[in-house]
Design a protein around this ligand. Structure first.
Ligand code: SF4
Ligand code: SF4
Ligand code: FES
Length: 258
């Protein structure tokens, strides 16, 4: 069944902009990205939208729909009343390039701050081995499609531009946790997560988990365990003694300079 959908779409650039009203014909079963493409095809040929896969896998069509961070290609029109106006705005935490496209390079800079996995020497037969349970633990974290919706919703940076310098955000806490739980990685991610990535600024509101399109339990399975690991390190009597007398403990202190 086709019907006329009312949309409000943010149009503008880094200098500023405003919401523009459109009415577009849509069909039951379509997604918000379909409706935007029809607006682009019929009424606003220069409307800027970033997208790639239209299958919830590339992570590029992130925006805010009625104020909620979502993927445009995975948000069904049937989630809304046919008479409801759908408002689409760019992610608020990142600078606007044009219309619905934002500059997400903040995330790439944070990714570069993370040291690579330092896996140490191979076994005599040239292989590396780890327990199946350790392989499986990281699987959930590797589902991340880097849509950055979790980064967008996190209040630590959403309303506080100044915090961006010292805070990596939930997507990267996920990565710190994945590598810290890797049995072969020899970096001390706990120290880095706390001192470099600002893990202590996260107050476990779980907003990041709520918007993750991959259903990753960011807070429960990555952030909280990582905070516990940081606390273990901080209150480890051997680390405390080592710090007091000025020696570095090989097993408990950072092994890679970054
Ligand atoms: S749980 Fe932490 S990282 Fe996630 S949104 Fe809240 S403050 Fe940000
Ligand atoms: S953790 Fe989830 S919300 Fe965050 S970037 Fe990855 S897929 Fe997106
Ligand atoms: S277009 Fe790839 S996730 Fe939406």
């Amino acid at each position: 069944m086709a019907y006329e959908l009312k949309m409000r779409i943010w149009r503008g650039d880094a200098e500023g902009g405003d919401l523009a009203d459109f009415t577009v014909e849509v069909s039951e079963g379509e997604v918000v990205l379909d409706a935007l493409h029809r607006v682009q095809a019929t009424q606003a040929g220069d409307l800027a939208i970033r997208w790639n896969c239209k299958a919830g896998k590339c992570g590029s069509c992130s925006a805010e729909i009625n104020g909620r961070p979502r993927l445009l290609c995975m948000t069904r029109l049937s989630d809304f009343e046919p008479t409801e106006t759908i408002t689409v705005t760019p992610m608020r935490t990142f600078p606007v390039v044009r219309d619905l496209v934002t500059d997400v390079s903040f995330n790439y800079r944070k990714a570069r701050e993370l040291p690579y996995a330092d896996l140490g020497p191979r076994d005599d037969d040239g292989k590396r081995r780890m327990a199946q349970v350790d392989v499986e633990r990281g699987q959930e974290f590797r589902k991340c499609i880097e849509c950055f919706l979790c980064q967008n919703v996190c209040h630590v940076v959403r309303d506080h531009e100044d915090n961006k310098q010292h805070f990596a955000g939930p997507r990267f806490f996920l990565r710190y946790a994945e590598l810290d739980m890797h049995p072969l990685d020899r970096n001390d991610r706990r120290k880095l997560a706390q001192e470099q990535a600002g893990l202590g600024m996260c107050n476990i509101t779980k907003c990041c988990t709520e918007v993750c399109p991959e259903g990753i339990h960011i807070t429960d399975n990555a952030i909280i365990p990582m905070k516990e690991r940081v606390a273990d390190r901080k209150y480890d009597p051997l680390v405390w003694l080592g710090n007091k007398i000025g020696i570095r403990n090989k097993d408990t202190d950072s092994r890679t300079e970054v």
